[in-house]
Design a protein around this ligand. Sequence first.
Ligand code: GMT
Length: 377
Amino acid sequence: MRVGMVCYPTFGGSGVVATELGKALAAQGHEVHFITYDQPVRLGSFRPNVYYHEVRISKYPLFDYPPYELVLASKMVEVARQQKLDILHVHYAIPHASSAYTAKRILEASGHHLPVITTLHGTDITLLGKDPSFEPVISFAINQSDAVTAVSSSLRSDTYKLFGINADIEVIPNFICPSHFTNLDGTHNRADFAAHDEALVCHISNFRPVKRVPDVIKTFAKVAAQRPARLMMVGDGPDRPAAERLARELGVADKIAFLGKLKNPIEALALADLFLLPSESESFGLAALEAMACGVPVLATEAGGLPEVIRHGVSGMLAPIGDVETMAKHALFLLDPANLDRFRKQAKERASAFHIQKVLPTYLAAYGRILTPKSAD
Ligand code: GMT
């Protein structure tokens, strides 16, 4: 099968999921063509059956707003024709699903039927979906997709609530590739980041308001007031300066390392004792799943799809959004040596439910339902 894979190439979870899915399909012998404006960060070195087609946008002075959607749709048409794509899998509704619709109609005019599957990831629905300027296009493009998937039940419900959707939405959860989580011991030295008696807490995100980064700092300050602890802040984004300021105001700046964006954040996760994700809204929380796969328990909010990933009292703990008092209490409980090893083990066990080998067949089945019979192999 020849698959066109469309995603954002950046550090966000949707790009990671699309890239890992593409790599897994390629490893099974399918031909995967990534179509995006930059090389996906997790694509790594070149490998058999994987191709990358760059969407290049011209800087014509007339365009105050370069028409990325149109250039993307043209690239989809070009790749579909030249590579004889059997299916197009677009990750993130805006603008990928609407560009896919345009490409599909252009191809149809020349007799090329290209089934489109759209995977919804979260902010495309929960944040941008609330914006009336996007709503009609998103609803239409989702309804026109041949198949639609969402990464959690919570996201599926939000999509039905926020949009006029009549298409069936199948829940296919995000996944981990276990090979990424082996042999990490020894990659880095924990002692470089925390002393033996200090708990090492970690947060990874794009530092956007939806992540409630100040709650990470406030929770950590309460923990550090009770026991020796350090915090690694991985990632970057608009709320980073405010978080650094808050750390200074709360007197914990010397215990926090703002590491910025890391090529492989899993290396930092592997050193941690606890992962904090106090988001306002989170359709799934891929970083939380990756933490659990490293054997790191997660302290998160009860937002969105997080309770579908983290079992409260098993692989971590959940607290109401904004309740830093409860989060600090939970963190101290999880970091207590009487509990930590048990939670570490249970976090790893929980993560194994999201093994790619369990999730990949559900994507392949979804592809199979919309493929024309001759292209299904
Ligand atoms: O979290 C973000 O802001 C980035 C966004 C993305 O597009 O990558 O993440 C969303 O998709 C991820 C992959 O499916 C999910 O794990 C994240 O929970 C989801 N983010 C939100 O819902 C806020």
